[in-house]
Design a protein around this ligand. Sequence first.
Ligand SMILES: [Zn+2]
Length: 159
Amino acid sequence: MADQKDNSVIIQEFSNFLKAKGKRRTPERFKILEKVLEFKKQFTIEELNQAMLNDAFPVSKSTLYNTVEILREVNVLRKIYTAENAIAFERVGQVANIHLMCEHCGRIKLVKDTNFMAYMNARKFAAFSTSYYNLTVYGICNDCARKLKRSRSNKKNNK
Ligand SMILES: [Zn+2]
């Protein structure tokens, strides 16, 4: 699975964060994180609670809220609103792609870079709290590079 490697980085960062903040690294918190990482799209606290119950791992609502708050702090989750205006959460990591944009044809290719994500998730800015980020790298795609090369050599041959 594509997200597998990212998850181990996230779990490590979560653990480091709890330690740094002097919070207890309880099995409940790690189980909640595990369930959070299984969601492929947005979810509500109710759905997270249900996922915990499905695994026969009931936790209190306050533990759920508390852990979700920590996951927002470490930039794993962000708060969003559903179409029904209910509060939901989604993974920040799912939008943290690097966009490779071709300046010639405008096509954008998405790539994941675990090192970049780990760096950005740990990066704190003064007097600013990050919701999400993306990086766009500008350049030229192989198709355009090939075409450009061909048209250059055609010009040369026509002379
Ligand atoms: Zn192109």
